[in-house]
Each structure stands twice: as structure tokens, then as C-alpha cells.
Design a binder for this molecule. Structure first.
Ligand SMILES: [Zn+2]
Length: 276
């Protein structure tokens, strides 16, 4: 191949990622009142606030990604859940990605998390004493699902995971929570008493080592685009069965060509990206 062809090819392959990279390179939030603009998977965030890296009952991990920025409602959720989990006698929660300082698309890892209203909470707990942020880049993060995807790994899964999901799902500001099909199935089979909260537990691919919490658009955010509803009931019937018979989404094989994700953002996001 000639050098020209190689460089043209590189330009074609790299160009779609430039957009996400731009958003990932901004290290500070945009000034102004906190506003989520656009949709969870195509938007941005003005006036983002940083989650304190340590708090009662939690610690943020993978700090080097600089994705601990979000809406106050999201940060409040993290703090409240962590305190509840701690009060229930459980070990510290690992908090993963929220969003970039100005939200927007990410060059790796997520399609959503763009408007400061998504947060990943790991099922794994922080064992023992707290460690400094720099030592939290590669913690052990076990999956609740067996490696061959044949079901729940009962050596890892326990009632504390159920308790944490219940606490998260019964938080009024939470829109929905994404988990793996095996986790939803286990909840459907075992949760006794009030099952109303199961409605908020929505199946998605992956989400076997962490769960993804999505907050509603907060009041006073007119440019935040809500997501349509989901289950009418607890989602333990046909919607659950579907994932085992005709899954609406499949995990792409490792050798599948990577299709760059480049959403069309609301026009105002350009000002959020370029604000001093
Ligand atoms: Zn997530």
C-alpha cells in the first residue's frame, strides 16, 4: 500500500473518534448553572460538579479517567446509596464512571453517560482499609455471572447485592437501572415481599460486574431529553424471556469491526465544549 493510501485510510478510521476525543480532552467543567442538554447518549453537561473522591460508605475508582463529574442529583444519589449501604453494615461501595467534565461522547467505554445523569456502581466492595485514589486504578471487580455466561456465579453473588439494588431502585430520582439478564432473572425468581422496585431493573448486555443507574431529568433542565418508559409490570414475564430466546441486542464478537459511535449533539453543546 502506498503511503497516501495508508494516510487516507488512517484519516477515515480516526476522524469519527476525533469528536469524542475533543470532549475527553477538556479537563474542567463549563461555567454556569448545572444543565443537562440533550439525551443520555447524545448530549452534554454545563456546570458539572465533581463527586468527592471519598465519602461515607464509598470511594471513587479509576480516577485517572476524570469521569467523576455529574449533576447534583446524581452525586446526591451516590452519597445517599453509600450511606444506606454502610448503615446496612456492608463494605464500601466502588463508584465508577459518571461523566466527563462537560459530559459529551466518550472515546471508549460507554455510549451514554453524556449528560451527567448516569453512574456505574460496582457489585464488588472495597475490602479492608481505604486506599489513596492513585491506588484505585485496577481494583478486583468480579462479575456476578459465570465466565461462560451460563448463569449466576453463586460464589460471588449474595444477598448484599440484592439489598444494594433494592436501595438504588427505590430512590425516587432514579429512572432505571441496567443489569445483566442473569441478574434480573435471579431477582425475578427470588425477591419476596414488595416487588414493585423490580420494574426499574432493566436488562442490558454486559452489566454483570457493575450496575448502571440512570437518573430522571431533574426539574429546571428544560433541554434534558427524558427516555421513554419501559416495563408496565415487574418485567419478569415476556420481557425477561425475550433475552433468553430472541435477545434484542447481542454482544458483538471480539473480532467484529468497531463501528465508531458519533451521535449528533444539540447545537448548544458546541458552546459548552468551547466555553473558557
Ligand atoms: Zn454505565
Amino acid at each position: 500500500m502506498t503511503r497516501l493510501v495508508v494516510s487516507l485510510l488512517a484519516a477515515v478510521l480516526l476522524a469519527p473518534f476525533a469528536h469524542a476525543q475533543e470532549w475527553g480532552q477538556v479537563t474542567t467543567p463549563a461555567p454556569g448553572p448545572t444543565q443537562s442538554i440533550g439525551f443520555y447518549s447524545a448530549g452534554c453537561l454545563q456546570g458539572a460538579q465533581a463527586l468527592p473522591l471519598d465519602g461515607p460508605g464509598y470511594e471513587a475508582i479509576r480516577i485517572s479517567r476524570n469521569r467523576y463529574w455529574g449533576q447534583p442529583v446524581t452525586l446526591d444519589f451516590v452519597k445517599r446509596l453509600s450511606e444506606q449501604v454502610r448503615n446496612a453494615g456492608q463494605a464500601q461501595v466502588y463508584v465508577g464512571d459518571i461523566g466527563q467534565p462537560r459530559g459529551g461522547p466518550m472515546s471508549f467505554g460507554h455510549a451514554s453517560h453524556q449528560v451527567g445523569l448516569d453512574v456505574d456502581i460496582w457489585f464488588e466492595r472495597q475490602p479492608g482499609a481505604r486506599r489513596p485514589p492513585a491506588e484505585r486504578e485496577q481494583p478486583r471487580l468480579r462479575s456476578l455471572v459465570r465466565a461462560d455466561d451460563s448463569g449466576i456465579d453463586d460464589a460471588v453473588f449474595d444477598d448484599q447485592h440484592v439489598a444494594m439494588l433494592r436501595l438504588a431502585a427505590t430512590t425516587p430520582a432514579v429512572d432505571r437501572i441496567f443489569v445483566n439478564k442473569w441478574i434480573k432473572q435471579r431477582l425475578c425468581q427470588t425477591v419476596a415481599g414488595s416487588r414493585a422496585w423490580l420494574r426499574k431493573i432493566v436488562i442490558w448486555i454486559g452489566h454483570d460486574a457493575h450496575f448502571h443507574v440512570r437518573m430522571y431529568c431533574p426539574p429546571g433542565n428544560p433541554h434534558c431529553q427524558p427516555q421513554a418508559g419501559y416495563y408496565e409490570d415487574d418485567g419478569c414475564g415476556e420481557q425477561l424471556d425475550l433475552w433468553f430466546t430472541r435477545p434484542p441486542v447481542r454482544i458483538p464478537p471480539p473480532d467484529a469491526p468497531k463501528v465508531p459511535y458519533r451521535p449528533k449533539l444539540p447545537a448548544t453543546c458546541q458552546a459548552v465544549l468551547t466555553a473558557p
